[in-house]
Design a protein around this ligand. Structure first.
Ligand SMILES: O=C(O)CCC(=O)C(=O)O
Length: 285
């Protein structure tokens, strides 16, 4: 089903998540898949890949590689796909302002035979740097490749900053129930970060019956607010099936969080995302 831009934004704001089908063509996803595979094959041959320890860069599930962290820093050719004009249009319309990339990105790949599965959670963190004079309880931050991940409990919570942050998930392969697609609880992002008020377990217990499987076509793009409760089961698809999705975050360009600054060490961290040309199609043209 194809949604208009208005319906896309309405659904995103109501449910916290929306999928736009048909953003990328089969040809484009074959190209992206090739770049991802090449990156993983190259990384597996060395101890450090593009300055990062391979054992930390890749996450394993049994014999399969199911996570590639720092995605667009090590698979540079993939970044172009995040600049598709339809993606930029959705982001700018939803945020009401230009968007800036606020994470390097992660690839998730449920490969059949692996045992990767994730329980219910919200993506409750921001990647930031302390401003001068900001006192940080380092025990409560999470560090990965020198990037500091900060949870809402460590922030002056003057408004729900997550509502100015959107995750963009490019569905490089079709996402099906069989291959372990994401499940979400619609509207859960309206609660804000549940760790600030507690009760996530209770919330999931009472609302899990409303959970929706995020089935999506190859080449679609899913947009969601980080506090949308999500989980994903293991793949029971036939041998050789991959379920790749490439996810990164963006924030509204004006978003500021007291005492913290935004990192500047990845492409696109400083300036609003500009759409690129040369794509096969655009559902919102
Ligand atoms: O792709 C998946 O299966 C899970 C993704 C997820 O949990 C996340 O992005 O936090």
């Amino acid at each position: 089903m194809s949604l208009s831009l208005e319906e896309t934004i309405r659904t995103l704001k109501r449910d916290g998540i929306v999928t736009v089908e048909g953003v990328f063509s089969e040809r484009e996803m074959t190209e992206f898949r090739g770049l991802l595979d090449k990156t993983i094959i190259e990384a597996l041959q060395v101890d450090r890949y593009k300055g990062r320890p391979t054992d930390k860069l890749l996450g394993r599930a049994k014999d399969t590689v199911w996570l590639l962290w720092e995605l667009y820093a090590v698979c540079e050719g993939g970044l172009r796909f995040t600049r598709h004009p339809a993606i930029v249009r959705v982001l700018e319309t939803a945020l009401g302002e230009p968007a800036i990339q606020s994470s390097i990105g992660t690839m998730f790949d449920k490969v059949s035979g692996g045992d990767a599965e994730i329980g219910w959670h919200q993506d409750n963190f921001f990647i930031m740097l302390p401003s001068q004079g900001c006192e940080v309880d380092w025990g409560k931050t999470w560090h990965q490749f020198n990037h500091i991940h900060v949870r809402p409990t460590e922030l002056k919570w003057t408004e729900d900053y997550f509502k100015k942050t959107i995750i963009v998930r490019i569905n490089v392969d079709a996402q099906t129930i069989e291959n372990g697609c994401m499940r979400i609880i619609p509207g859960s992002y309206h609660e804000g970060p549940l760790e600030l008020k507690g009760g996530q377990e209770e919330y999931v217990k009472t609302r899990e019956s409303e959970a929706v499987d995020c089935v999506a076509g190859m080449g679609s793009v899913t947009f969601y607010f980080p506090t949308t409760l999500h989980s994903s089961g293991r793949s029971i698809a036939p041998e050789g099936t991959h379920r790749r999705a490439a996810a990164h975050r963006v924030r509204g360009a004006s978003l500021r969080i007291p005492d913290w600054d935004w990192p500047t060490d990845w492409e696109g961290a400083l300036y609003p995302i500009m759409p690129e040309t040369g794509f096969d199609r655009n559902p919102f043209a």
